[in-house]
Write a protein that binds this ligand. Structure first.
Ligand code: AMP
Ligand code: ZN
Length: 137
């Protein structure tokens, strides 16, 4: 637990939250600034700043939990779809430096989000990107 981390305190139950689910590893809460009705956050109880720090044991539990929450949220809220969003680093829009996964219900005629203008993958760049990333694995 990191002393100055608000999500550590929320996950530990030291700060009250609208908790949807809790187990030994995670707390799932409602986001206070929801992008859509029912917007939830999966918080690990252990502090990891982002994806680069999270341990594999915790990471491999996140997606099954997102699946479980998505199923319950779909049933309870009647949403038409779901976005899983996980920001890493300030440049990517991360504002709280404690790993978290957003579960954002999507509704028919809902607000636009998580959209971008598709570019074009150029052949020369493709080769360079593939070689660079494979060499870095
Ligand atoms: P990110 O931009 O990915 O770091 O997301 C941080 C999210 O945490 C935002 O959607 C905020 O609305 C949400 N948030 C910040 N503080 C709290 C809090 N105390 N309780 C619930 N959600 C929070
Ligand atoms: Zn933390």
């Amino acid at each position: 637990m990191k002393d100055d981390c608000i999500f550590c305190k929320i996950a530990a139950g030291q700060i009250p939250s609208a908790t949807l689910y809790e187990d030994g590893d995670f707390r799932v809460i409602l986001d206070l600034g929801p992008a859509a009705r029912g917007h939830a956050l999966i918080l690990p109880k252990e502090h990891f700043a982002d994806l680069s720090e999270i341990n594999d044991e915790t990471a491999e539990k996140v997606l099954p939990l997102a699946k479980k929450m998505s199923a319950a949220m779909t049933k309870a809220l009647g949403c038409a779809g779901m976005n899983l969003v996980q920001n890493n680093g300030e440049a990517a829009g991360q504002t709280v430096r404690h790993f978290h996964m957003h579960i954002i219900p999507r509704y028919e005629n809902g607000p636009k989000m998580v959209e971008w203008e598709p570019g074009k993958l150029e052949e020369a760049d493709k080769v360079q990107i593939v070689e660079a990333i494979k060499a870095a694995l």
